[in-house]
Write a protein that binds this ligand. Sequence first.
Ligand code: SF4
Length: 266
Amino acid sequence: MGDGNRDSHSFRGAKILENQWLSPIGLTRSAEFVIVARDMTRAQRIAMFQRRVLAWYARHQRKLPWRATRDPYKILVSEIMLQQTQVDRVMPKYRQFLRRYPTVHALAQARVDELKKVWYPLGYNVRPLRLRQIAQRAVRDHGGQIPNTYDGLIAMDGIGRYTAGAVLSFAFQQDAPILDTNVARLLSRYFGVAGQARRGTTARALWKLAEQVIPTGKGYVINQAMMDVGAMLCTARAPRCGSCILRRGCRSYPHQLSGHAAPAHD
Ligand code: SF4
């Protein structure tokens, strides 16, 4: 967990580590990568992470409909839909939902039976009801606006730490951290944080890293970028370590597939 464990290994230890890790997934590489990764300070490791993730994102980012808006309501709808649900399934429903309920006020007045029909077949039907509650509270307490503060967001049922960070970052352009499944997996592998990502000290360490990797004024872009790297390179079951832009600084490179448990959304 954190910097410290592998940094104390010897060069010989690095070779052993390399041999253990190379054979299961058939990659070839130089032991130099391990040495480079281990000898970095945390600041250097973070700087490399930021530089490479942002450069990769500039070329490879996914085109997602909720990235074309800064409307807090629409961002919130997308984030609630993405809880437990894959991007491909959310995209058509996101558009359909916003056609039917284009504003906070429209959703606040939604009839429950119709709302459930519009939501179908996404599942987890408590989500549209919570979304409606949030809209009603926004109308009642915030003049129909989605709050732009952490405290204002987290006070609402259905908004946890991740969703609050996503709304602050993606809608209000604040340097707020996020830690969804993809980001947690990426950070835990790159920085070598062991343990259950949803629990105790591991969760705290990952949230801290999620804050530390944000370059000033770039919360939106680095958060989006980390989600894409996690979804497209550092995937759960088949991480593309051999071609990963982070491999020189990654403390898990090449990742062997065992024991990682990433958190779900809130
Ligand atoms: S090198 Fe592998 S484990 Fe490390 S960040 Fe890249 S894909 Fe993930």
